[in-house]
Design a protein around this ligand. Structure first.
Ligand code: DQA
Length: 153
């Protein structure tokens, strides 16, 4: 233990860079930068660090997940549409075996049938869906409060 605070990796998947302008009736008007700022404020209150990344590419998301090993103590992930399609991200989350919480801004359970198939969620501890940016904040609170959230080497 080095005394450095535990670091949580926050991963935003495809199209989330467009938040604020993208279907505001579903996703709200908050930008991704605003959500990351909220996460940083909460992280500092909770005594953890957050590292926030967004990519539209499945392979880049996998590289982020792999890169978290020995550096990060947990993962908050909004896989976007990959939540419904990506066996690779599911496998990557299982492979690194870090505590991960999947989040969604919208309530996917009340949306189209194509969003009812959840592929990545099964590799996570749990899912928070439908609470807007609070989905992310509650996931961070959960991870920060979890005893297994050890500081990195
Ligand atoms: C989303 C829900 C997904 O179904 C969708 O493809 C997204 C955003 C959400 O945060 O509500 O891109 O992950």
């Amino acid at each position: 233990m080095t005394g450095s605070p535990p670091r949580v990796l926050v991963i935003h998947g495809p199209n989330l860079n467009l938040l604020g302008a993208r279907e505001p009736q579903i996703y709200g008007t908050k930008t991704l930068a605003a959500i990351d700022a909220e996460l940083r404020v909460l992280a500092s209150d909770l005594g953890v660090e957050v590292e926030c990344h967004q990519s539209n590419h499945e392979g880049a998301l996998l590289d982020l997940i792999h890169g978290a090993v020995r550096r990060c103590a947990g993962i908050v992930i909004n896989p976007g549409a990959f939540a419904h399609t990506s066996v690779a991200i599911h496998d990557g989350l299982r492979a690194v075996a870090l505590p991960a919480v999947e989040v969604h801004l919208s309530n996917i359970h009340g949306r189209e049938p194509l969003r009812q198939r959840m592929i990545t969620a099964a590799a996570c501890i749990g899912v928070i869906s439908g609470l807007g940016s609070a989905s992310y904040l509650l996931a961070l609170r959960y991870l920060a409060a979890t005893r297994s959230l050890a500081a990195p080497d």
